[in-house]
Design a protein around this ligand. Structure first.
Ligand code: ITT
Length: 196
């Protein structure tokens, strides 16, 4: 049976494909099936992940995996959080140079001991055609750096320095990122539960 990977984000899709590769599953993207993108109306990563997985599994009749993720900055009370993609919206699509600058400038004048602490969070949801779903969360803690460094990865990767490392996610190759990323951690939890 095929698994729908319910994301329209090419950076995520490529990472999820890497994580799934060892299992030899046949996958198809939501975009290739012509499935519409649901509106992300929930206020939590888990809620949006389940919403997106169900919106792909129920109409397609196939199991579906969805990812809702984002950057949570401690000094910003967890923002941009579930709005991470929306912080990048400009009139003409997404611009993460602009989003990273917005995060950095929002920290100006913040009177907290460690204003640059942040985490990436990822909720992965697996849904079945009948609407049943399971969701798993992974996170990686780190610090924000300015200016951004590196051109690999996607989204906010160039400004995120994972704890205990000297390269930002934007400077790491995919395997280095998978060894510690929020997405890979959520994926390992999903595997531990779903594949016995
Ligand atoms: P789908 O809903 O179609 O999957 P999306 O990009 O709209 O794609 P989200 O609503 O989950 O997905 O937005 C998450 C945003 O958080 C994403 O656009 C990135 O900017 C950021 N993000 C998530 N994981 C990231 C990672 O590993 N590295 C850098 N940025 C990441």
């Amino acid at each position: 049976t095929r698994l729908v990977v319910a994301t329209h984000n090419p950076g995520k899709l490529s990472e999820i494909d890497d994580l799934l590769r060892p299992f030899g599953l046949e996958t198809v993207s939501a975009g290739d099936l012509g499935l519409p993108e649901p509106e992300e109306t929930e206020t939590t990563f888990e809620g949006n992940a389940v919403l997106k997985a169900r919106a792909a599994a129920m109409p397609s009749g196939l199991p579906a995996l969805a990812d809702d993720s984002g950057l949570a900055v401690e000094a910003l009370g967890g923002a941009p959080g579930v709005y991470s993609a929306r912080w990048a919206e400009t009139g003409e699509g997404r611009d993460f140079g602009h989003a990273m600058e917005k995060v950095w400038t929002s920290l100006d004048g913040q009177q907290v001991p460690a204003p640059r602490r942040a985490a990436f969070v990822c909720a992965l949801a697996l849904a079945w055609p009948d609407g049943d779903a399971a969701v798993f969360e992974g996170r990686v803690d780190g610090q924000l750096v300015w200016p951004p460094r590196g051109s690999r990865g996607f989204g906010y990767d160039p400004m995120f320095l994972p704890e205990g490392h000297s390269l930002t996610f934007g400077e790491m190759n995919p395997d280095e990122k998978h060894a510690i990323s929020h997405r890979a951690r959520a994926f390992r939890k999903l595997l531990a539960t779903c594949i016995q």
